[in-house]
Design a protein around this ligand. Structure first.
Ligand SMILES: [Zn+2]
Length: 66
């Protein structure tokens, strides 16, 4: 599983998503950026920023155990 937390990109946003593969996580994140953050045009840079912040879900779970 892959996981993306919007708060890593947009401070204060608590939205997050999980999916089996990275492409699906990116797709959902882009949809969220459009719908919630009013990003009408998604620049390639934005997609890069999203990808940089996608975690393996197990990794995310381990980070939360602190
Ligand atoms: Zn958000």
């Amino acid at each position: 599983m892959k996981r993306f937390e919007c708060g890593t990109l947009v401070p204060g946003c608590e939205w997050h998503t999980r999916a089996e593969d990275e492409a699906e996580v990116v797709r959902r994140a882009v949809e969220h950026m459009r719908g919630t953050h009013g990003e009408e045009v998604i620049h390639p840079k934005m997609v890069e920023h999203i990808k940089e912040r996608i975690l393996d879900d197990q990794q995310a779970a381990a980070a939360n155990q602190d």
